[in-house]
Design a protein around this ligand. Structure first.
Ligand code: A3P
Length: 290
């Protein structure tokens, strides 16, 4: 299934047709979650793959075998992508690890009927926009992008594939009472990976011994993941991801937006951000703190 130029519009949000069909999206909304399921939810480029690696290593008690032999999309398939129906049918290990980029207003009803554990991963949106821009250049299943200012406007308007970052983050993070949800940020992972893995492992009721924790930290560092073919997307052929245009594991930094945004773009961003987030108390880390 190539469909590189196909866009599927679903409930007003566009999705890459290479990975999604109307049926696969519809099926996701009817998914029967089990109590033991663990769902990683995120807007693209927020640290999804990183969290997939973290939960794999926690469930393997720090042993990297699974994360070095099975691709991340098989270990924690995206619920809404077309190949997932087959993956989910395979009698799976318990718990099942599932990933989604769907917004809460679409997936919430299916989850409401379950006690599945949800890990929501967010990242400061300036870095998300920059990472997503670079990813558009290499991912041939995403629309071609021209200039960064145009891309930034579309990001802020919520018209890129996967919809509005604002709706996504506000939708999921407002559900801490209704869902069994742990909110983890990219910046927390970056500044305290050890502490974050500990928090996630206790949420998953899988506390680790100190050496297991140490091994988990080691294998999900940026440098280990950059070299791991099962997670760095180099298994994807050039026709689908043009590896000459960049790396999936690109920079892995907090505050890279500063290398891209002009002062004017930053002011524009800030004005939209403050108006769209005025009903939201979340705080973001915008640059690396010493
Ligand atoms: P950059 O493009 O800023 O480098 P997602 O998995 O949601 O698509 O997010 C991808 C982003 O997470 C990329 O950001 C990638 O480099 C970063 N990332 C993945 N694993 C990481 C790690 N171990 N440490 C730091 N950043 C990581």
């Amino acid at each position: 299934m190539a469909r590189l130029d196909v866009t599927e519009i679903f409930h007003g949000i566009s999705f890459p047709g290479h990975l999604h069909t109307q049926d696969s999206l519809q099926l996701a909304l009817k998914f029967q979650f089990q109590e033991t399921d663990i769902l990683i939810a995120s807007y693209p480029k927020s640290g999804t793959t990183w969290m997939q690696e973290i939960v794999t290593l926690i469930s393997s008690r720090g042993d990297p075998h699974l994360s070095q032999t099975v691709p991340n999309w098989t270990r924690a398939p995206w619920l809404e992508q077309y190949y997932s129906a087959a993956v989910m049918k395979v009698p799976s290990t318990t718990p099942r690890f599932i990933t989604t980029h769907l917004p809460h207003h679409l997936l919430g009803p299916a989850l409401q009927r379950s006690k599945a554990k949800v890990i929501y991963v967010s990242r400061n949106p300036k870095d998300v926009a920059v990472s997503f821009y670079h990813f558009h250049k290499m991912a041939k299943f995403l629309p071609e992008v021209d200039s960064f200012p145009e891309f930034l406007t579309r990001f802020l308007n919520g018209t890129l594939h996967f919809g509005s970052w604002f709706d996504h983050v506000k939708g999921w993070t407002s559900q801490t009472v209704t869902l069994n949800l742990l909110h983890i940020t990219y910046e927390e992972m970056s500044m305290d990976l050890h502490g974050t893995i500990k928090r996630v492992s206790s949420f998953l009721q899988c506390p680790l011994l100190e050496d297991e924790l140490h091994n988990s930290v080691k294998h999900c560092s940026f440098s280990s993941m950059k070299d791991n073919q099962m997670i760095n997307y180099t298994l994807i052929p050039d026709e689908i991801m043009d590896h000459s245009k960049g790396y999936f594991m690109r920079k892995g930094q907090i505050g890279d937006w500063k290398n891209m945004f002009t002062e004017e773009q930053n002011q524009y961003f800030e004005s939209i951000f403050s108006s769209k987030m005025q009903d939201c108390a979340l705080e973001f880390v915008w640059e690396k703190q010493d």
